[in-house]
Design a protein around this ligand. Sequence first.
Ligand SMILES: Nc1nc2c(ncn2[C@@H]2O[C@H](COP(=O)(O)OP(=O)(O)O)[C@@H](O)[C@H]2O)c(=O)[nH]1
Ligand SMILES: Nc1ncnc2c1ncn2[C@@H]1O[C@H](COP(=O)(O)OP(=O)(O)O)[C@@H](O)[C@H]1O
Length: 212
Amino acid sequence: MTMQQLTGNLFMISAPSGAGKSSLIQALLAQHADMQVSVSHTTRAPRPGEHDGVHYHFVSVDHFKQQIEAGEFLEWAEVFGNYYGTSRHKIQQARQQGIDIFLDIDWQGARQIRQQEPSAIGIFILPPSLSALEQRLRTRGQDSDDVIAKRMAKANDEMSHVDEYDYVLINDDFQQSLASLSAIVLSQRQRLAQQQLRQAKILHQLLAKSSD
Ligand SMILES: Nc1nc2c(ncn2[C@@H]2O[C@H](COP(=O)(O)OP(=O)(O)O)[C@@H](O)[C@H]2O)c(=O)[nH]1
Ligand SMILES: Nc1ncnc2c1ncn2[C@@H]1O[C@H](COP(=O)(O)OP(=O)(O)O)[C@@H](O)[C@H]1O
């Protein structure tokens, strides 16, 4: 083992519901097999076609509260009346292996992560318009009218935090957005690799001096 700790990038992706973050992350992972997405815990019910352990870990409110007490979450938040949280252990494990990891989290979670991990990279996905956003939620066909209304009502609140993010993408043309997202990820990887190289050189010089 070297003195240099491997560290993967930590990407946080936020967006109002329906802007396209899950689709973009899945498409990105299909192109880059060496990245991972964090599977969150949630107390919301699975949508048709969602599977436990794949899209989310679906847990009861009691179970989620026990996990909070046990300090198992790197961050957690209440969104649309349900709890959502990121497992601390899974993130640490991936990053220590040098794997880039994506978190699909809301602005509250992103804020908590930034406090603990200032190097985390925030990407915000905007829809081309509010009407396009509502249309996407309807086309997705997985939420009732009530739920869609709730998500639309919260969209402005989520978007009011856009300035807290490092990058902003307007997801109009999907393929173009995917290419932009991929470019961000690759340039951040390059940046981190250079930082690690610089640190390794400094460490090397320090070790050489101490053995003089
Ligand atoms: N803070 C936090 N937010 C999460 C987490 N997982 C998902 N979310 C956010 O919860 C919100 C609702 O997610 P979801 O119910 O899957 O609905 P969708 O965004 O319409 O697909 C979105 O803003 C997600 O980014 C998490 O682990 N922590
Ligand atoms: N650029 C786009 N143009 C048109 N539809 C899109 C685009 N991006 C995503 N969608 C569609 O919008 C719906 C919501 O996308 P999804 O990824 O579930 O959003 P989120 O995860 O942000 O809630 C899905 O049906 C998806 O296929």
